[in-house]
Design a protein around this ligand. Structure first.
Ligand SMILES: *Cc1c(COP(=O)(O)O)cnc(C)c1O
Length: 384
């Protein structure tokens, strides 16, 4: 815990950032430097030793520590209610560095069936080639998770709200199962952000994000971050330093800047996505809808319990008809762009022909009337 009793919105703005001690700059400066000069030759030894023990403020080289990145890490740790956080070059750097830190050859990992596609490549292919066995199960089925546990299981990896099918993970139940087996629970919280859900409060050991998405929030940078206890984050720092996935100071600065408005944006994303879900649910062109905040979702009751502030801006759905319907919808959109990624202020649509013609919508923060008009435009084009 961070011991900062201020409200979440206040911490989103203030946590981790202070008036710059060198210049009194009020906004956090971008320390765009590779190296930091030592006062004396003797001092070099002290600073490097402290840095390699992960003591905060021991700056000597930006791959290892940087003041701008520190500000981002302190801010995210505060919001997740974590002792420590470490920022990485991308969300995938956060995912891969975390699993490499927890797992060695001969270890076993349980992971969700429904996960981000590149995470799937890492789990199913890259880890297998390193001698780490992964069993992927539907983590909504706690019996299946229990049955998959082995004496060698060291980690359980889930997405709090999964990409792209919007399955909700019951983190408290999963934490109990994992801990009873001596495994760590790692939660990818990208779709929800700490404004809507804080997995550590439910017993998870580590929480990570593609900060590219809601934390950054503006679709203008790539970054990742992992938070948890000092005892778990320090080895991830060590692993990251060795693997070389450090984030650049400018990207850290962009994400810290984005986070200041995170609670405001998440409320707007949720309001708009709720309205879009309501519209889609009432339409004959729509075959199935996946939005935990809507009564039609199979885990709606769990969502109401776990996500009292709302389910966020992501939803997915299938249209009646074949891929032609999916493409007719996406190609008719004028406000939304067709693109990968999500969590941007701008609405993004992503057609998935290899996922049974699922359309994933990252509902943005535009005026709701304009978002709804765009969805209407898409629906009107279906079957025309
Ligand atoms: C995008 C995404 C990632 C990967 O993040 P990058 O920043 O693109 O490397 C990981 N998990 C989820 C759920 C994502 O949506």
């Amino acid at each position: 815990m961070t011991g900062d009793e201020r409200g979440f919105g206040t911490r989103a703005i203030h946590a981790g950032e202070t008036t710059d001690p060198a210049t009194r700059a009020h906004a956090t400066p971008i320390y765009q430097t590779a190296t930091f000069a030592f006062e004396t030759g003797e001092r070099k030894e002290e600073v490097v030793d402290a840095a390699m023990a992960w003591e905060p403020g021991s700056y000597f080289y930006t791959r290892t520590q940087n003041p701008t990145t520190d500000a981002l890490e302190r801010k995210v740790a505060s919001l997740e209610g974590a002792e420590a956080a470490v920022a990485c070059a991308s969300g995938m750097a956060a995912v891969s560095t975390t699993v490499f830190s927890l797992l060695s050859a001969g270890d076993h990992c349980i992971a969700s069936e429904d996960v981000f596609i590149i995470t799937r490549f890492l789990l199913d292919d890259v880890l297998a080639r390193k001698g780490i066995e992964v069993t992927r199960v539907d983590v909504r089925d706690l019996g299946a998770v229990r049955a998959a546990l082995r004496p060698t299981t060291r980690a359980v990896f889930v997405e709090s709200l999964s990409n792209p099918h919007l399955h909700l993970a019951d983190v408290a139940e999963l934490a109990e199962l994992a801990h009873a087996a001596g495994a760590a629970l790692v939660v990818d919280n990208t779709f929800l952000s700490p404004a809507l859900f804080r997995p550590l409060e439910h017993g998870a050991d580590l929480v990570l994000h593609s900060a590219t998405k809601y934390l950054g929030g503006h679709g203008d940078t790539v970054c990742g971050v992992v938070s948890g206890s000092q005892a778990l984050v320090d080895p991830i720092r060590y692993e990251l330093d060795a693997l070389g996935g450090a984030v650049g100071p400018f990207n850290s600065w962009l994400v810290a800047r984005g986070i200041r408005t995170l609670p405001l944006r998440m409320d707007a994303h949720t309001r708009n996505a709720t309205a879009v879900a309501e519209l889609l649910a009432g339409r004959g062109e729509v075959r199935s809808l996946f939005y935990p905040g809507h009564t039609s979702h199979s885990q709606h009751a769990l969502a109401q319990r776990l996500l009292p502030r709302g389910s966020g801006g992501m939803l997915s759905f299938r249209l009646e008809g074949n891929a032609d319907a999916m493409y007719a919808f996406t190609n008719a959109l004028e406000l939304a762009s067709i693109g990968v990624s999500l969590g941007d202020l701008k609405t993004l649509a992503y057609p998935m022909p290899k996922r049974d013609d699922l359309i994933r919508l990252s509902v943005g923060c535009e005026d709701v009337e304009d978002v709804l008009a765009d969805v209407e435009r898409g629906l009107a084009a279906v079957g025309r």
